[in-house]
Design a protein around this ligand. Structure first.
Ligand SMILES: [Fe+2]
Length: 373
């Protein structure tokens, strides 16, 4: 009997213990198991991927190997050579891509055939054109002359008369291509070609860069004879880094590649220039030809050889700025715009656009033209 009571006591204690344990378990419900919540929201975390909070330098970006981003962090402009290194993906909008070179730009004026009427020797006509141009387009970076600046380039007295009428040019940078009236004194009159290398022998052909433009100043007096030295120089120049790295290549020559007046001598010269010089200009991407000689304003449509083409070809613009009067242009399919002298061009260029405004004494340009990259 005594043993029976003892057994009942042990069973009672066990029941009490079990009851207390069950109560304790019930107080701890519900208990989440790892992953349960994620499964409910469809946002299962992947092993090894930390949260992406959008903070700079976070790991876990596409293409990264878990190393901190070295480039483009705030206050750390991109270091040369760092972008694109293994394990480092460039981030959109980071400074190493946001830094851009300042845009190059250039504003210049083009005059040609500024010579006086030989009957009067009076340069006041060009003086008026020049004054008008500089009042409309103040402080140009450069002044380009397309040749036949005066009637007798070997006459120092006539040069003096020209410069007296051209007093507004004081302080401006000037460059000239030689015309058929210009002579050896040309190189003493302008900033270029006087500063050009002196070892080129015959012919004033030279080049220089200003802003985004590579200027190729050719001597069309000898181009008409297919001068081999000038042809070789032109190829060398167009292959140079100076030409290749410029946004624009502008060739300046006195005689036109595509004449607009009826003149057999000019036509023969132009045919020779198209045969020997034009292929090089097309091969190396000359954009524009500026010329004179025929005493009218004439803008061609895009040309390739003897053909009118559309897009990507060379446009020729002829200007005449002096007091010698206008010649009569013929009827040519490649003439897109034409006007009487005197006139001049204002040209602006940046890395994307080259614009031409052809002006006379009118309030607004009478012709405009643009090339856009
Ligand atoms: Fe001429």
């Amino acid at each position: 009997m005594k043993n029976n009571c003892k057994t009942k006591s042990i069973i009672f204690v066990l029941l009490i213990t079990i009851a207390l344990f069950l109560c304790a378990c019930e107080r701890n419900q519900p208990t989440e198991t790892p992953g349960a919540a994620s499964e409910q929201t469809g946002q299962t975390e992947q092993p090894g991927q930390p949260e992406q909070t959008g903070q700079p330098g976070q790991t876990g970006q596409p293409g990264q190997t878990g190393q901190p981003v070295q480039t483009g962090q705030p206050g750390q402009p991109g270091q040369p050579g760092q972008p694109g290194q293994p394990g480092q993906t460039e981030q959109p909008g980071q400074p190493d891509k946001g830094v851009t070179e300042p845009k190059q730009s250039l504003s210049f004026l083009f005059f040609s055939d500024t010579q006086a009427d030989p009957e009067t020797g009076d340069y006041s006509g060009f003086g008026e054109v020049l004054t008008l141009a500089l009042s409309r387009y103040a402080n140009p970076d450069l002044i380009i002359f397309g040749g036949d600046t005066i009637n007798d380039g070997g006459n120092a007295d006539e040069w003096r008369e020209f410069w007296e009428a051209s007093a507004p040019l004081s302080g401006l940078t000037t460059a000239a291509a030689p015309g058929n009236h210009d002579a050896h004194l040309l190189a003493e009159q302008f900033d270029y070609p006087a500063k050009a290398p002196a070892n080129q022998g015959e012919g004033y052909f030279y080049s220089f860069n200003r802003g985004p433009v590579h200027f190729i100043m050719l001597d069309s007096n000898i181009m008409g004879a297919a001068n081999d030295k000038e042809i070789q120089w032109l190829r060398m120049d167009l292959e140079s880094d100076a030409a290749g790295q410029a946004s624009w290549r502008v060739a300046v020559m006195h005689h036109p590649m595509w004449p607009v007046t009826e003149n057999p001598k000019d036509a023969a010269r132009a045919a020779t220039m198209r045969e020997h010089f034009l292929p090089l200009m097309e091969e190396y991407g000359v954009d524009l030809i500026l010329c004179g000689h025929q005493h009218v304003y004439a803008r061609s449509v895009p040309m390739s050889g003897d053909k009118v083409v559309s897009g990507g070809a060379i446009v020729q613009i002829m200007a005449a700025s002096g007091g010698k009067g206008s010649y009569v242009a013929g009827s040519w399919e490649y003439i897109s715009a034409i006007a009487a002298a005197p006139n001049y061009l204002h040209i602006t260029a940046d890395d994307e656009t080259l614009t031409v405004a052809a002006c006379d004494g009118s309030a607004e340009p009478f012709d405009t033209f643009a090339i856009t990259r």
